[in-house]
Write a protein that binds this ligand. Structure first.
Ligand SMILES: Nc1ncnc2c1ncn2[C@@H]1O[C@H](COP(=O)(O)OP(=O)(O)OP(=O)(O)O)[C@@H](O)[C@H]1O
Length: 316
């Protein structure tokens, strides 16, 4: 158990209801100072609602929330000064330049970071005189991040900072987050990208339907599957899960849409057995692939659904 003074955020039994919708359904969180904590989950899981409560933008229905040892009801002014946030969409003045925008935001804080440092940190040096209206999506996101950092916050919230960005812009933003971590800042990141969570986050909670369904470091969460490899198969007609489960080295088997997912311990033992089964029952293979287990496999294992569902449209 981490002593409370080492915690940037302590949340106990957080609940948020909107009429009949239970957006957050009893979440506990301990976020240590200096770590990057990821909140991962599909659309509508309750990530944004949770984060907006932590940011003081929404009131919880019930539960306890302490941020940097402080309370939103009693210490709102100090909390606002010590935290930075970037929202899913930040409205910016299109006619201002990057530098003017950063200067304007920095003027709101008594202890702002120098303008050059902020622009350098988000790698927008070449664009400092460009108008905001002319920036690409990735550059706008990085500018939004610079604005979140203007007050040199102890705690930074990033809500889906790379949604809709191209791979290069996503990587550039990851570099900025890695730099912040190396400066000892606490970062709370929401995302539905597994690769992002695996690269950036020291620890994660996976949220589904307002509840935490897994927590730990990314490798710890993946290890809960107890598998070394995942075999994915599609066959016509469909394979019988009951015949696949007892095969050697198979840990568990699940069907997801047309695809069967087998979590296995030793691939060199399981794969030949699976192929013998396919041949024996005389079905036609449409797809066969293997991969190391990912956070998405854990999610599928726990919910029968994929984290990728609902994000396919954006990724396309
Ligand atoms: N102001 C609101 N009024 C009514 N329902 C809401 C409101 N805000 C959120 N919800 C509902 O609460 C649930 C959780 O939404 P939330 O935005 O927190 O999810 P999320 O995990 O952040 O999803 P996304 O990845 O799409 O941003 C959803 O069912 C959503 O429709």
């Amino acid at each position: 158990m981490t002593p409370s003074e080492d915690l940037a955020i302590e949340v106990k039994n957080l609940v948020k209801r909107f009429g009949d919708v239970v957006a957050v359904d009893g979440i506990d969180l301990d976020i240590r100072r200096g770590e990057c904590m990821g909140l991962l989950g599909p659309n509508g899981a309750g990530k944004t609602t949770t984060v907006e409560i932590l940011e003081g933008l929404q009131e919880p229905t019930s539960g306890q929330v302490r941020i940097l040892g402080l309370d939103w009801k009693k210490n709102a002014v100090e909390l606002r000064r010590r935290m930075g946030l970037t929202l899913q969409e930040t409205r910016l003045v299109e006619q201002l330049t990057v530098e003017e925008t950063v200067r304007l935001f920095a003027s709101f804080y008594p202890r702002a970071l120098p303008i050059d440092e902020l622009i350098g940190l988000v790698q927008l040096g070449e664009k400092r005189h460009a108008r905001v209206g002319k920036l690409s999506g990735g550059q706008r996101q990085r500018l939004a991040l610079a604005l979140g950092l203007a007050g040199d916050p102890d705690l930074l919230f990033l809500d889906e900072p790379t949604t809709g960005l191209d791979p290069q812009s996503r990587r550039a933003l990851w570099d900025v987050v890695a730099e912040l971590k190396s400066r000892g800042r606490t970062v709370v990141l929401t995302t539905h990208y597994m690769d992002e969570a695996e690269v950036l986050c020291d620890r994660l909670v996976i949220i589904d339907r307002g509840r935490v369904i897994a927590r730990g470091t990314p490798p710890e969460i993946v290890a809960t599957l107890g598998a070394e490899q995942v075999i994915e198969l599609e066959a016509e007609p469909a394979l019988d899960l009951e015949r696949l489960r007892p095969l050697p080295a198979v840990v568990s088997a699940q069907r997801h849409a047309d695809r069967v997912s087998l979590r296995v311990k030793e691939l060199h033992v399981a794969l030949p057995a699976v192929l013998r089964e396919v041949e024996g029952v005389g079905v036609q293979l449409r797809h066969l692939s293997t991969h190391r287990p990912t956070l998405d496999d854990v999610f599928v294992g726990l919910t029968g659904r994929s984290l990728r569902e609902g994000t396919a449209q954006e990724a396309a």
